[in-house]
Design a binder for this molecule. Structure first.
Ligand SMILES: Nc1ncnc2c1ncn2[C@@H]1O[C@H](COP(=O)(O)OP(=O)(O)OP(=O)(O)O)[C@@H](O)[C@H]1O
Ligand SMILES: [Mg+2]
Length: 222
């Protein structure tokens, strides 16, 4: 198995697209691929032309998992998981997340997880996305935007990850423009140098046509 946990510098930075491209690459190699996302929120305000994260991940992986197997907690309001759960009169159970992720991994040859927001987003109480990532122990891919502001957000994320003992497999800048500017090239080089991390890029994908996507692979140290 080459599991990966895709986090990001924040919300709406391309985590799902990166996770989908990674899952599709593994599936194209012939592996059975499970996908997992602890909690999906914002289903009430999803644009009509956009699939919810768990559906795009399932499509990309060619998986037959049910919604509950991919994303045990799903809520309408666009809010942090801890708040979305509270608004529904519930609490996210970390043990249930752990078990669901492990069950998904056990039923497939590969697993790709997507986090929620960034590493310090609360899932329940003081149990953060970082804590789930640590319990699962998968290497991280960090989705980040290519433009202004990304150096700080990305290096903060790399530092929090390493402080928690997590391996950072790569940063992925997305969507990487067809003709990158000087700032974008410099951001890529600066993050690689200051973060001592591999920085990959992902071009803008046609999300409705997974077979047109380029491969996205992470080199592994273990
Ligand atoms: N390489 C790419 N190709 C196409 N669209 C992209 C790409 N990268 C980012 N986007 C677009 O940016 C937006 C955010 O991407 P995405 O949904 O993957 O972010 P996210 O970090 O998973 O968000 P969330 O925090 O809601 O889970 C989407 O509209 C997505 O289509
Ligand atoms: Mg997402």
């Amino acid at each position: 198995m080459s599991p990966i946990f895709v986090t990001g510098t924040g919300t709406e930075v391309g985590k799902t697209v990166v996770a989908a491209a990674a899952a599709h690459t593994l599936a194209a190699d012939g592996a059975s691929v499970a996908v997992f996302k602890p909690c999906v929120t914002g289903l009430d305000e999803l644009p009509a032309d956009r699939l919810p994260d768990h559906e795009l991940l399932r499509l990309a992986a060619g998986s037959s998992q049910g919604d509950d197997e991919i994303a045990p907690y799903r809520y309408g309001p666009p809010a942090s998981p801890h708040l979305a759960a509270a608004l529904a009169g519930e609490e996210v159970d970390p043990g249930r997340l752990r078990e669901a992720a492990r069950a998904a991994a056990a039923r497939a040859e590969e697993i790709v997880c997507e986090g929620v927001g960034g590493l310090l987003v609360p899932l329940a109480g003081n149990y953060l996305v970082r804590d789930l990532a640590v319990e699962l122990g998968y290497p991280l891919a960090i989705a980040a935007t290519p433009g202004l502001g990304t150096i700080n957000h990305t290096l903060l994320t790399v530092e929090v990850a390493r402080d928690a003992g997590l391996e950072v497999a790569a940063v992925v800048l997305t969507p990487w423009p067809a003709e990158p500017s000087g700032v974008e090239h410099s951001n890529r080089e600066t993050i690689a140098a200051l973060g001592a991390v591999e920085v990959l890029t992902l071009p803008r994908l046609d999300l409705a046509a997974p077979d047109s996507w380029p491969e996205l692979r992470f080199s592994r140290r273990r």
